[in-house]
Design a protein around this ligand. Structure first.
Ligand code: C5P
Length: 242
């Protein structure tokens, strides 16, 4: 991985120039951060697991017609993706009260929401990813009303599909964060799912015991972080590479 041009390095991933124009290689690191970079650590083997889990979920979403940036997995830590123009908005979809929603409104974690809540956050490390409304997004030109419409409908389809998929393996999809990009192809632009979907970006609780099998184990120092990610992969039928 050394001689390729590094396009961007984030907290958990690196993007390298891809083998063909319009492609990138997404490399998954073991590094973990939380609370806007205030907490840092390493989860051994996380990159390998997230590469596989995100591949699995993106492929399944592609099969039901949700367009994604994913092309194919290249090796243990890398996947080939289409180059997109990332929209600087994190979309969070919540089915059960947890995390910042619980803190903001003083509601007990675990309260099932009568309908899913969609929130938008502006991606900015300096500002600490502030929550924004659709008005801010369109007024500041981060996304057009049409982009937002596409992002919302893809988010809801993704939530419906992933909720069922995880429930099928005994996991409750409490909430998750997704990102979108603009893909330019044949003089046309379409909005596609980008980044990753993994236990770094989802809250997943065991349906029977409510055990947390996601990054909250790292954020809250609960221990067994790598084991939790392995358990998610195992339940999805993703076996360790021999
Ligand atoms: O912290 P909060 O409760 O707002 O997080 C909601 C969901 O979004 C969680 O599943 C969390 O893992 C995810 N998230 C993320 N990246 C962020 C913020 C939240 O993946 N920067």
């Amino acid at each position: 991985m050394s001689r390729r041009r590094r396009i961007y390095e984030g907290k958990a991933k690196i993007l390298f120039e891809g083998p063909e124009p319009g492609t990138l290689v997404q490399y998954f690191k073991d590094d973990a951060t939380a609370f806007n970079n205030q907490k840092k650590g390493t989860i051994t083997g996380k990159g390998v697991l997230n590469n596989r889990i995100s591949e699995y979920l993106m492929v399944k979403l592609g099969e039901i017609g949700v367009p994604t940036h994913f092309v194919r997995r290249l090796n243990m830590r890398e996947q080939l993706i289409r180059e997109v123009e990332i929209i600087p908005i994190e979309v969070v979809i919540r089915n059960v009260v947890a995390g910042s929603l619980s803190q903001r409104f003083g509601m007990a974690e675990g309260t099932v929401l009568p309908r899913s809540i969609v929130e938008y956050y502006y991606k900015s490390d300096e500002l600490g990813d502030p929550m924004v409304s659709e008005e801010h997004i369109t007024a500041f030109g981060w996304a057009s009303p049409q982009d937002l419409d596409d992002m919302l409908s893809l988010s809801l389809r993704t939530n419906d599909f992933l909720t069922g998929l995880f429930l099928g393996v005994g996991l409750r999809l409490v909430d998750f964060k997704i990102e979108f990009g603009r893909l330019y192809e044949n003089e046309e632009m379409r909005i596609v799912l980008a980044d990753e979907i993994s236990p770094d970006s989802c809250r997943l609780w065991d349906v029977k015991t409510n055990e947390k099998l996601d990054k909250d184990r790292f954020r809250r120092d609960l221990g067994g972080v790598a084991e939790a990610y392995q358990e998610v992969a195992r339940r999805l039928g993703i076996l360790p590479e021999g």
